[in-house]
Every structure is written in C-alpha cells, then in structure tokens.
Design a protein around this ligand. Sequence first.
Ligand code: GLU
Length: 462
Amino acid sequence: MSVRTRFAPSPTGMLHIGSARTALFNYLFSRHHRGTYLLRIEDTDRARNTEAAIQAILDGLEWLDLRPDKPIVFQSTREARHAEVAQALLASGRAYLCFCTPAELAEMREAALAEGRPPRYDGRWRNRDPAEAPPGVAPAIRLKAPREGETIVHDLVQGTVRVANAELDDMIILRGDGTPTYQHAVVVDDHDMGITHVIRGDDHLTNAFRQMQIYQAMEWEPPRFAHIPLIHGPDGAKLSKRHGAQSVVEFREQGFLPEALCNYLLRLGWGHGDAEVLSREEAIRLFDLDGVGRAASRMDYAKLTHLNAVWIRQADDGRLSTEVAKRLGRNGAPAPEVLTRIRALMPALKERARTLNDLAASAAFLAHAPALPLEAKAQALLTPAAREMLQELAPALAATDFTPPALDASLREFAALRGEKLGTVAQPLRAALTGSTSSPPIDAVLAVLGREEVLARLRALA
Ligand code: GLU
C-alpha cells in the first residue's frame, strides 16, 4: 500500500513554525516512500476561522515549497458525510442518542468535580429508550465506547501507549445541531482520504485514543500514528512571543531563506549522524520516522541564523539580488544601475550576511546618492587630514582603469608614494564610499560603483 500523509491545520491564525515542521515531516515522509502528501484545512469552527488565516497557511506552505500533491480538502464541505457516518454508527448500535440538556451536563460536571472525580459523561442515555426523551431537546450522537479493556496505540515515535477504557467516556461524535466534533471529523476524513500515516504534534496523542475507538466502531483499519514532540523556547518553556519569532511570516520578514528554515526545522527533532546542512533532495533520501526523537525540541535562534548564513552563501546571486532590491526598494524599484551594482557585488556581499536583511543593509550604500549617511565609526575615520588625502587621491583614481586589479595597483602606488600603508588609504576611502567601516574588498567596491560615482562621492565629502 502506498504511503499517504496529510497536513491538517486549523486556520485560526498564523502558520506557526511547529505546524510548518509538521507539514515538512509529512511531506518528507511521503516523498521518501514515494507516496502522496495531502492538505486538509480543518475549517469547521466557523467562529474562529478566517479567510485571512487560510491564506496565511497557503502562502506559508507555498513559500516553504510544501504544496500538496492533490487539491486541498476543506473539512467544512464534508459535514454531510460526517453526519452519515454518525448515523451509520447509530444504526449499527455502536452509538446512541443522548438527550442531555446543557444544564444537565453542567450539573454532572460539577458533581464530579465536587467529588474529586474527573468530569466524564456518566453514560445515562447509553441504554435508555429514546422514547423517554424530554421534549424540545435536539439529541447529540455519542459513541458507545467499550467500558472494559484498554485502547492501545502503537505510535511510531512514542512507542506503545495505552489507556484503560474506563478512563474514557462516551464522546459526542455529532452535536445536537448536526455538526461533527473534531475527533469524529478527523477520523472520517482520514479514512476517506486513504491516509496511511498521521504525523502530527504530540499534543494530539490523547486524541489518538478517542479516534482509535471510532475506527474500531466503524471496523475501519486505523492509520499508523506518529506524534512528534513540540517545539519549545530556548529555556524549555512553551514557545512564545518573548522568545522571538514564531510564525513563518515573521521568519520570512526577518530575512530567512525558506530552505534554511526547512533545514533547521528538520534538524530540530530529527537527526541523521552529523548531517547539518541538508538539501531538500538529501532530506527526502534520508528522512524516516525512526530518526525522530521523543524529547521536546528547543528553538535555537542562533543556530538557525548560522544555517541561514550557510544557505545565503550557497544561494544564486540573481535571486539574492532580487531579494535585496525588494528590501531596498520600499518606495519603488531601485534604478537599473543600482541593480547592476548589487548583482556585481553580490558574490562578495553574501560572504558576510547572516540574513537577507543584513544583506540589504550591507548593499544599501550602492543605492544611495552622494552624500551618503555615515556610521559613527566611518565618521571618526574621516578626519580633516583623511578628507584632504582623499581629495588628492581623486585625480589618481580618475586616471585609473576601473578594473579591480588596476584599482588595487593604483591604491598601492598612491599609498607607497606617501609612505603610508595601504590600509591608511583604503579605510577612509571605504568610509567615504560606503558610509561604513566594513564592506567587500575596496577594489571591488570601486569597480562596482564606477568612476563617475566614486568621484561624485569623494567630491561630496570635500
Ligand atoms: N487541526 C488540528 C490542528 O491544527 C490537527 C489535527 C490532526 O492533525 O489530526 O492542531
């Protein structure tokens, strides 16, 4: 039987990186086994679901290159089928009508809590005749769950987990208003979609017992479950805003590359020897559930940033230039000559950038007209004597061929004639041309800016 996985987000807000990792694991597992990866949007909670949240999920998956293999299934379109299965369970005697009113259920709950018992439904309609139903109550359908024995899940990550059936009450599968509960809808959909492996966060482990009981009642073969540990903050607490970015969009805005984020999320909770930097192809080749650990993962932003720098160095220069231009061109696209400069200097610029935002900041000088803003350290280098020296350098540069080797030779000659070290000339020159004290090699900067622009920037300092 070929593997079929699904990512089943509820569209209640942003695409969290924990969810992104769940999607990634489902994707990689299905690809590794040459199977199919599906997307089901669990949009049955109409009060909380928004179009914007659905769009955020789709955009995030698109950016991460985790698009599903088949058309998206919207759970809300399947309510008739959920009801049909609930009715089938009713007809076969595996479920029953419960006419409890909300007040009655609240009372049952309070009584249990007062006696120190867990608040479970007491099964009062399990064997009662519906003819005794009070008027005006729309009945819910409850599963007639086994009372004896245990429910066992052989989880591919957590191992064998079991619960005594006495601990589980008869859950509602279809509410009085005809809408399915989460547990029921998930089972019906996973069955109908032919899902063979349910890979999701371990906060759903207890749901697996409930869902297993529905599979058993329908005599359907259950999928294999794999509950993966959640992502915590660096301090081990639940990942929250105070730790840093949590949603895929935030990472994108902070200048992370999707392949770096995927690489990081893969390594978080899954390991294969010492392999750190993994392309999508390698990940597909190596990924399997036996490499997923059981302990909660801790988000390490510094490690992610380090991986991002590695991926930036490997990325295509044209693509990086487009990303930089987007960031620099907030008020319209940069001029064509600026794009040419960014592209030409990219091999050197990307060596020092950790994020696309860093990269854009380090390229900003290329887009500035003279006189450009100076960082404090650059300002400090540009003493009156240094400015005078640069005015003397200008005619020498004007007479130089604007290629890196010729420019380098010319700077060395100028320094030698004055009995100075190259750095004494190059540092103030860098400050004058880039507004900063760090940049790619000065000969490359000069060549990319071009004679006219260099002379204009030096003149602006006089
Ligand atoms: N919709 C659930 C969620 O977003 C996931 C359900 C599942 O994977 O079974 O947490």
